[in-house]
Design a protein around this ligand. Structure first.
Ligand code: ADE
Length: 243
């Protein structure tokens, strides 16, 4: 199996791939690693990879015009591309088993506050290792790699794994940064009009929509505000309209 890791901090992987079972699996040719620094895809003088969020807010957002070309240039049709994010499906042993059957996986590690939402269209999967936020995806990518490699034939004795078995309670709304248009995909116009009331309401609504779709379990005992109930009605009407 080949594991490609896209990161801004390649040195973080030196110890991980140079020690213990992972090193042995590498030396035996069971797994091959390629650690790729996606800062190399930044053309500007200071090699910036992120920008401020469209419409304001705290932190920085990873730019699509850097990460998407880096993903494309380093993958082929049989590369299974995984984005490490707290908004992904919750990592479980059955997912490790599923991934251990792939020939080649690419793990994309974000850093700072988040990614431009459009990056999501260029990956096959999004995985979270738990309901907490790390400063970046690097440690999470190591958790994934480690749990996958130990399942590969001959990495460890078969018997050793034969018996193995978030602020306001909502997922974060979609984030965007420049460019406003990339690859035909545009930033939603509400984020560009500077109307903070509209933006706040849009964000709450999209947070609700994502949470409903991805983690309805988080909403089970939620005490909704009047505004949230209105937004849920709007979402329901929109979805009914799409059917
Ligand atoms: N990046 C930041 N937090 C994360 C998490 N919980 N799982 C995967 N990637 C992450």
């Amino acid at each position: 199996m080949k594991i490609k890791i896209l990161t801004l901090f390649p040195n973080m992987f030196n110890e991980f791939i140079g020690e213990s079972i992972i090193k042995r699996a590498k030396d035996k040719g069971i797994v091959e690693f390629e650690i790729i620094d996606f800062r190399l895809w930044s053309n500007d003088k200071h090699h910036h990879v992120d920008d401020t969020p469209c419409s304001g807010g705290a932190g920085m957002v990873l730019r699509p015009d850097i990460l998407i070309p880096a993903i494309k240039d380093n993958s082929c049709s049989n590369t299974y591309k995984i984005l490490m994010t707290p908004q992904g499906r919750l990592y479980k042993q059955n997912i490790a088993e599923e991934l251990s059957k792939k020939d080649e996986i690419m793990i994309i590690c974000g850093h700072y506050e988040g990614f431009d939402e459009r990056i999501r269209d260029y990956v096959d999967d999004e995985i979270s290792i738990g309901d907490y936020v790390l400063t970046g995806g690097e440690l999470a990518s190591m958790v994934l790699s480690d749990s996958i490699i130990r399942l590969l034939n001959d990495a460890i004795k078969k018997e050793s794994h034969e018996d193995d078995s978030f602020q306001n309670g909502l997922l974060e709304y979609p984030q965007y940064t420049r460019p406003i248009e990339y690859d035909g995909k545009v930033v939603p116009s509400v984020l560009l009009n500077g109307n903070h009331k509209d933006i706040r309401r849009w964000r709450l609504k999209e947070s609700l929509r994502k949470t409903l779709k991805r983690r309805p379990d988080l909403l089970t005992n939620r005490k909704y505000t009047k505004e949230e109930l209105e937004l849920l009605d709007e979402i329901k009407e929109e979805e009914d309209g799409e059917k």
